[in-house]
Design a protein around this ligand. Structure first.
Ligand code: MTE
Ligand code: MO
Length: 529
């Protein structure tokens, strides 16, 4: 055989099998997308498997992922699953060329795997299995057809015809193009249908007019904002507010159909409320800083907003709930979201007089979907995972002894008050400011205790008192600034805060697990001479 002949042979049977495997997987996912639009978005195979992986990720790995990828962790996870799926699809395609029955059976089995992942998710019903099962059947069918269309090398014919070993790939090619086109169409239709399904939720948010607060918050004091270049803004705009949750697709709840059930131990009058019922009550406005327990010393997972909502303690009292200090049987309030997340909050904290809210508004607008529309909880002084349930749909009173919420089952602490922290926003690490006066500035928080003092030191020297921004209440962070006469050379800046109980932020280093990081934020800079 000449060289030229060999190049003309093009891809062999194995290569066609691999292509077939990939096309079959794509077709399966596309059809499933269409089915998921009818069932629910979380039931799409990639989302379901991703969610099941998140549920089973050990706390230490999750911490590493948040540290390494930040808010991109969900994107990285989905891409990782796609890569694994592609490798598997190629393998199944290669197998199918040699053993068509085994290959197609394996493709179908992956649908069953996806279905198992989907029904394992909290809040999943049996119908959540459908998109993955459909994906498996589609992939198996497409693979079978494609593999069958891969011609076998012909024995040397007696007369004319293709040279020995050549394949007629036209049948395969036509089928492959058809499968690709149909899958793309199905996937596109699924996306459009999904958007159509969200239209009600989008309209319900756009049409929501928040009533004015019966108890407005005083205006933010002018001096709360120190106007230092590079410092974190006092109020975090909604679009910049950090987001931490396990939702691979943001739940889009239609406010018109939304209900909240309040029931459980010690509830003499269970409440079943719609959004109108909530909005008809006196609304309270309150400024509070929210922080995530996964925030490392100096990390970005903290934000400050003006919340608008109903006092949770009033609702609980109306339902007949008494706090444990008044003999109530329940010490834990378990909030459950539409996507099955559970967060456990101390009843005592919710009812001790602080502004614990069922929030409907954030910085003057209805909650954004990613921050929990239509209703979320906010309890000043507690980390988000024990207090700030987004997309709330149920409040159940129970005890800490009787029930562990989602993160507690994954080795996080049941009780998690926010630890006093301070952060240097400017100068940035490895900045090279000119010698002379340098503004060292940032924010400090100790929600519900309040910040009394912030101090800065250079190269482990004496502590210098920073100037604080005006106080907007004990539930928010405070900006601070210290003017440094910087001498040329390398220097390490370090900050610590003192809360209003007089407790000084500890310098002892601990990780975020199980109840929040401690230690002091340090920034190293090189001052130019
Ligand atoms: N439904 C739901 N609510 C949730 C979470 C979640 O994963 N699901 N994460 C919690 C955590 S860990 C934090 S820190 C806050 C973050 O709120 P944000 O995303 O609005 O900043 O939401 C809390 N509420
Ligand atoms: Mo969090």
């Amino acid at each position: 055989m000449t060289r030229e002949n060999r190049t003309k042979r093009g891809p062999g049977r194995s290569a066609l099998g691999a292509v077939g495997g990939l096309l079959a997987a794509f077709a399966g996912l596309a059809l499933a997308q269409l089915a998921a639009a009818a069932v629910r978005p979380e039931a799409a195979p990639l989302t379901a498997v991703g969610g099941a992986v998140v549920d089973r990720t050990p706390a230490a790995v999750k911490e590493w992922a948040i540290r390494r990828f930040g808010t991109d962790d969900k994107l990285v996870l989905t891409l990782g699953i796609c890569v694994v799926l592609a490798v598997v699809a190629i393998g199944v395609g290669l197998l199918a060329v040699r053993r068509p029955a085994a290959g197609t059976a394996l493709a179908a089995a992956f649908g069953v795997f996806g279905a198992a992942a989907a029904v394992s998710r909290p809040e999943a019903g049996g119908q959540d299995a459908l998109p993955s099962l459909l994906a498996g059947c589609t992939a198996a069918g497409v693979l079978y057809l494609l593999v069958r269309a891969i011609p076998r090398p012909r024995p040397r014919p007696s007369g004319a015809g293709p040279p020995p070993g050549a394949l007629d790939r036209r049948g395969f090619g036509r089928l492959a193009v058809a499968a690709l086109a149909l899958s793309a169409a199905a996937g596109y239709a699924g996306r459009r249908l999904g958007a159509f399904g969200d239209a009600g939720a989008t309209a319900s948010r756009a049409g929501l007019v928040l009533p004015p607060p019966a108890v407005p918050a005083p205006p933010v004091p002018a001096g709360a904002e120190l106007r230092i270049p590079g410092i974190t803004r006092f109020i975090t705009p909604n679009r910049d507010f950090y987001r931490v949750d396990t939702a691979l697709v943001v739940p889009r709840v239609d406010a018109d159909g939304w209900r909240l059930l309040i029931h459980g131990d010690g509830v003499s009058r269970p409440l079943d409320l719609g959004l109108r019922d909530l909005l008809a009550r006196p609304l309270v406005e309150h400024d509070a800083t929210l922080t995530c327990v996964s925030n490392e010393v100096g990390g970005p997972y903290a934000g400050n907003a003006r919340w608008l909502g109903v006092r949770l303690a009033d609702l609980l009292r109306e339902a007949g709930v008494r706090p444990p200090s008044q003999g109530g049987p329940a010490d834990q309030l378990v909030a459950r979201s539409v996507d099955g997340m559970t967060l456990g909050t101390p009843v005592e904290a919710v009812m001790d007089g602080r502004e614990a809210l069922l929030a409907v508004g954030m910085n003057g607008e209805p909650l954004p979907f990613r921050h929990g529309f239509p209703v979320r909880m906010i309890v000043p002084g507690l980390y988000g995972y024990v207090s700030a349930c987004k997309w709330l749909r149920e409040l159940r009173l129970t005890t800490f002894a009787a029930y562990d919420a989602y993160w507690v089952r994954r080795s996080w602490a049941q009780q998690a008050p926010v630890k006093t922290q301070s952060r240097i926003d400017t100068p940035r690490p490895f900045a090279e400011p000119a010698a002379g006066r340098v503004a060292v500035a940032g924010v400090a928080w100790a929600q519900h205790r309040g910040i009394a003092r912030v101090e800065v030191r250079v190269d482990a020297g004496p502590w210098h008192e920073a100037r604080l921004g005006a106080c907007d209440g004990d539930d928010t962070w405070r900006q601070w600034v210290w003017l440094w006469e910087a001498a040329p050379g390398g220097h390490t800046l370090e900050v610590r805060a003192t809360d209003r109980t007089g407790a000084v932020q500890t310098g002892e280093l601990t990780g975020t697990l199980p109840d929040g990081a401690t230690g002091r934020h340090r920034v190293t800079v090189r001052v130019r001479g």
